[in-house]
Structures are given as C-alpha cells and as structure tokens.
Design a protein. Structure first.
Length: 197
C-alpha cells in the first residue's frame, strides 16, 4: 500500500477565512484542488488516493479517515494520501515509520480509565452483592494508621463527587485494596455496577 505524507498542516490565517499550510508552505486547499476531480455542479468525483487520513502529530494516531479529502480540515494534523479503500483504514491506527499499523491493545490502566463513572448507589449495591456493607468499609478505614487519610477517605466514600465515582478515584482504589478485591475482578464488578438502574 502506497502512503504519501503531504505534511503537517497548521492554521496560517487570522482572518475569517481559514487557510492551512504545511512545513513546505503548500496551502491545503490549493494542494487538494490539484489531486481531486469534481463535476460541473461542484460534486466530488475522485481523488488520486482512495483514502485520506489525518494524523495527530503528537501521538501519531489516525484521527479521521475520508475518501473525499475535501472533508478534511487539517488544523495541526498530518495529512496522508493512502492507496487503499477508506474502509480499510480505521481511526486509532498508528502512522509509524511510513507505515500504518494497528493500534496497540490498551493497557489495563487505559481500560480502567475508560470505564464509566458510577453513582454512590451503584457502588454500594455492587459491594452488597459481594457481601460487603458500607459499615464494614467505613470500619476498615479506622484501621488505617494515617488518621487524616482515613478521614479523607471516609468523606470521599460518604460524600461522593457530584458526577459519581470514577474507577481510578483514590478513594475507590483504597476501598478495593482494603477489601482485598483483585483489580481485574473489581473491574468486572464495576462494569456490572454501571448497569444497575
């Protein structure tokens, strides 16, 4: 598969009309005009490549894929022309050393960070489902040597954030540790708790 890197485009105008240029000074709209064909009504017909992708220059992740390059607005993005069908390239894939590769599997920590927040009700019903009461959790906090930390955790667990608990909240993580629940098992319980209505 041929991949052509058209460069890293950045916004170059401060007026009401947006222009984007790459590091060689090529304007995106001028460049695009030379690589596409349009009918008399201004409808897109073809481009020299079947897939066009925008890549985040910091992460090298593909952020957008189109068959029509006129749909791209490459503000602070690398633009690739790819000799492939747009359906064969997916957002999240990586552009590395001139090739497109599948994104690596997310780490356990990334998966935990992506879990939905849950309400206090969902947290405590999840705990009850596995035989843990709110009272037993609060009692376990009393065993902590650092009394300030114990009080902070008690407040966090009894006066939760308005948007609920995130899986990686320090209070939630301490709850898990004090109850001796393995991380993977707790993640499974968290997903089930998020489904409690």
């Amino acid at each position: 598969m041929e991949i052509v890197n058209f460069g890293h485009f950045k916004l170059t105008s401060t007026s009401g009309i947006m222009f984007f240029s790459n590091e060689d000074g090529q304007d995106w709209y001028d460049l695009r005009r030379g690589i596409t064909t349009w009918d008399e009504q201004g409808n897109f017909l073809t481009a020299i490549y079947g897939a066009w992708a925008m890549v985040d220059p910091a992460t090298l992740k593909i952020t957008n894929v189109e068959s029509d390059p006129s749909r791209l607005v490459p503000n602070d993005k690398i633009v690739l022309g790819i000799d492939a069908d747009a359906e064969d390239i997916a957002e999240g894939m990586l552009y590395s050393n001139g090739a497109i590769i599948p994104a690596p599997a997310p780490t356990a920590e990334e998966l935990r960070a992506s879990l939905p927040d849950i309400s206090p009700r969902q947290l405590w019903l999840m705990a009850l489902d596995i035989g843990i009461t709110k009272a037993s959790v609060l009692a376990a906090l009393e065993t902590l040597e650092d009394k300030v930390e114990a009080e902070r955790l008690r407040i966090e667990l009894t006066e939760p954030p308005l948007d609920g608990y995130s899986r990686l909240s320090p209070a939630v993580e301490k709850f898990r540790e004090l109850q001796g629940i393995p991380e993977d098992r707790f993640d499974e319980l968290w997903v089930k708790a998020s489904q409690i209505k």
